[in-house]
Write a new protein. Sequence first.
Length: 153
Amino acid sequence: MVHSGLVGLQSGRLNPNSADMTQTARPSRDVMQAMARGFCGRCPNCGKGRLFRAFLKVVDRCEHCGEELSHHRADDAPAYFVVLIAGHIVVALALEVELVFAPPYWVHIALWLPLTLGLAIGLLQPVKGAIVGLQWAQYMHGFDRHAAPAAFD
């Protein structure tokens, strides 16, 4: 048998279980809109229902449209992105203040500790919402109703 190089080609027909077929059969979802809705704490599907039932606890399903949200896998990604964002802001400002004013260390502590904590706490929920929105828009981690369940060993 000659290998044609096409993924999912069996007996001259595309295999509906191939990765290519499942990727093209799904309707596209607006990634930026889903992430913006998640960032605002809203359902990535309809934009009306709440995304969080507690500070970082995602609701099981949207109260407005019924979209299942319980299978998201944000894990540690929100914390990593928050550290990246807050670190860039605080380090840039601290260096600028040090170079321009050269304040004593207690001024640095008084400025940067509250700013760092505020940014970290303030950004954690919106960043997690954006990641859940990204996962929803990309059909990741169970957000594809038509995909076969993943087999875990």
